[in-house]
Each structure stands twice: as C-alpha cells, then as structure tokens.
Design a protein around this ligand. Structure first.
Ligand code: NAP
Ligand code: ZN
Ligand code: ZN
Length: 361
C-alpha cells in the first residue's frame, strides 16, 4: 500500500511540489524519516533541473504520484549520520542521483548495476521500503542510505557538480559500456541540452572525435568553440546529413521528444551503434532496413550504478569537466520549467536551494 510520508514519519521538511499535471510547482510541507542506521541526512544546497523532472511533473510517462517533489541531481552537506554509516561524517559534501534503494541481492545489484535492479527505488515519486512515497531534491533535506550517496571532492564546485549526478552518469555509462570511449572513434551527440553538452565533454575527454547533431543552428558556434566539438550538423538540413552518411561509429541520442531515427541510423558506419537516452512520452517508429543493412545496433541505457557514478565523478575531476549552468532561485522554478521546454537554457538550470528555499507557513 502506498502511504503518505506524514502517515509514517514525523520529521518536518519543506520544498516545492507539483500538485497535479498542470506543470505548476508551489511550496509544500512534508515529512521525512529519522536518520536510520545506514542513512546519511544532509542539508540540500543545490539541485539541477533534469528534463525528466519536467516529464514527471507533467505525468508524460503516466506514473507520476502527486504531490510530487522533483529533483535527482542533488548535492549538499551532511548534518547527521546513522550509527552504522562508514563512508561519511558530519560536514562532508555529498551527492545523490536518481536512485535511493535497490534489492542488493539480484544479479544486477551483485554486479554494481543497481540502476537495473527490478526493485530499484527512484529518488522521488516511488514507494520506499516503509511505504512512504519518496521526495526529491527541490527540498531542504534528504535522508538517504549511504550506499546511494556519493562523495563530492573539495575541488569540484557544488553547483556545477549537481548535474553530474544524473546527466553526467547517464552519458558517461553508455560511452563506456558501448565501447564509444576509444580515442579516434567518431561519436555523434544528438540534442545539445543538459545531457548532450556533457556527452560532448565526456566523449572529448575520452579522446573521441565528436559531431553534434542539433535542431538549433544557433548552437553551432558555441558547440565548436566552447564545448570542444569537432563538427556540427543541423539535423533538419538534408544536404548536411547526406554529406555525413556512414561516418559515425556511434551516436548518443539525448533528445527529449519524438524524432525520426532513420536519418541517425544513416549516419552510422557498418556496425555502428545508436544509443537512445532520451525518454519521450510517445513511442518511436522504427524502419528495420537501415538497421539490418550494415549490422547496426540500437541500444538504450539508464543512468549508471553507484560504483560507476563515483568513477564518473573522479573522471570529471581528472579531466576538469564541469556542467555549464544557470543558477536560479527556488521561486524561479516555474519559469525555468517553461524555458527548459523551449530549449532556452545553456545548458542546465541549477536551483540554489541552500540560499533561496524558504519555509512556507
Ligand atoms: P534538455 O536539456 O531539454 O535537452 C534536450 C535537447 O533535445 C534539447 O536541448 C534539443 O537540443 C533537443 N530537442 C528537444 N526537442 C526536440 C525535438 N522536438 N526534436 C529534436 N530535438 C529536440 O533535456 P535533458 O535534461 O538533457 O534530457 C534529455 C532526455 O533524456 C529527456 O527525455 C530526459 O527525460 C532523458 N533522460 C534520460 C536518462 C536516462 O537514464 N536514460 C537520464 C536523464 C534524462 P537541440 O536544440 O540541440 O536540438
Ligand atoms: Zn535526470
Ligand atoms: Zn537488485
């Protein structure tokens, strides 16, 4: 049975929530659990706005539970730890991404792939073990099992690190898993948003040659000059697409809306891989001929396991990878959601929770 947090817990918390699918967030008081034996409790300082938050607020995947407190790119400072916590102490800088629980005994969990555990618990909008619905990082406080908490090194800025917890690991993991991390390979990145701009940075740091494939010609200059991409294709320009047929070893597709896959399959060399990361509310249409001609592979990927998430953060430190962010106040969140929908952000909104979230009466 799904229970409201106030039926289960007594610790007061506050944040902003969507009360229905009308895409309006407003202040919301709720309750969290006490710090359990293996829990880390932390004050939320920054939280990124992922396009998944927007899909969820609008119930585009059909599984949203309201009131819904979004946010799964969360960083903060530890205020309390449970008696069996080993990795963290009070005052540590920590982060939490998309998941807060898994079974710890299935094959995926045993192989550090908690993200593919059938019993994985999402950071928000999912029933926790105690029956309460989880709430995310658009809030003042998080209580999370230490297994799902990562350490944020001192030399990483907290605000620009928050988006690594979802966007960063989501692009890092498939680049590794699908072998698109070898120097000299030609990698395409479709959709230059939050995920896409980090895919460019990680793929470049791995030594690949990166082509951005975008609907926005206005992003070309910056993609080449600031993000370090090697080339840029406007996806609605047939001549440009035609000239690039059969040139890419792999494509990371981060587009948040339904779009044609046929031209993307055409850009791949034989044995090329098209990896879908975006989760539009509507299904794709797939013509199989372009897939079977050239033995191409269509794959997907969802975030990454906890071990790989920490590895991704270490890689970001080593290669000085930072998210390009626009820091906003909590009460700007509805405007930010509108702008995100229009693609008007370079490249991630991050909410300054620590300084701008106020308790509501
Ligand atoms: P975002 O910042 O909004 O970026 C999406 C980009 O897609 C836009 O900047 C735009 O880039 C392109 N785009 C948008 N609408 C389009 C359309 N109708 N046709 C073609 N291109 C379009 O979103 P995000 O936060 O990066 O998230 C992207 C998607 O990944 C979302 O669906 C999100 O739910 C999903 N996601 C999946 C995972 C996972 O584990 N698989 C994790 C996080 C997020 P251009 O202007 O360059 O065309
Ligand atoms: Zn996300
Ligand atoms: Zn499991």
């Amino acid at each position: 049975m799904t229970r409201l947090p106030e039926e289960v817990h007594s610790n007061k918390a506050f944040g902003w929530a969507a009360k229905d699918s009308s895409c309006v967030l407003s202040p919301f008081n709720f309750f969290t659990r006490e710090t359990g034996e293996k829990d880390v409790t932390f004050k939320v300082l920054y939280c990124g706005i992922c396009h998944s938050d927007l899909h969820m607020v609008k119930n585009e995947w059909g599984n949203s539970i309201y009131p819904l407190v979004p946010g799964h790119e969360i960083v903060g400072e530890v205020t309390e730890i449970g008696c069996k916590v080993q990795k963290f102490k009070v005052g540590d800088r920590v982060g939490v991404g998309c998941m807060v629980g898994s079974c710890h005994s299935c094959d995926n969990c045993m192989n550090n792939l908690e993200n593919y555990c059938p019993k994985m618990i999402f950071t928000y909008g999912t029933k926790y073990y105690d029956g309460a619905v989880t709430h995310g990082g658009y809030s003042n406080i998080m209580v999370v099992n230490e297994h799902f908490t990562v350490s944020i090194p001192e030399n990483l800025p907290l605000d620009a690190t928050a988006p690594l917890l979802c966007a960063g690991i989501t692009v890092y993991s498939p680049l590794r898993f699908y072998g698109l991390d070898k120097p000299g390979l030609r990698v395409g990145v479709v959709g230059l948003g939050g995920l896409g701009h980090l895919a460019v940075k990680f793929a470049k740091a791995m030594g690949t040659n990166v082509t951005v494939i975008s609907t926005s010609p206005s992003k070309q200059k910056e993609a080449l000059e600031n993000l370090g991409a090697d080339s840029f294709l406007v996806s609605r320009d047939q001549d440009q697409l035609q000239a690039a047929i059969g040139t890419l070893d792999g494509i990371i597709d981060t587009v948040s809306a339904q779009h044609p896959l046929l031209p993307l399959l055409g850009l791949l060399k034989s044995h090329g891989k098209l990896v879908i990361l975006g989760i539009p509310g509507k299904p794709f249409e797939l013509q199989v001929f372009p897939l079977i001609q050239g033995r191409k592979l269509l794959g997907g990927s969802m975030i990454g396991g906890m071990k790989e998430t920490q590895e991704m953060i270490d890689f970001a430190v080593e290669h000085n990878i930072k998210t390009d962010i626009e820091v906003i106040a909590m009460d700007y969140v509805n405007t930010a959601m509108d702008r995100l929908l229009k693609g008007d952000v370079k490249y991630r909104f991050v909410i300054d929770i620590g300084n701008t979230l106020r308790p509501s009466s």
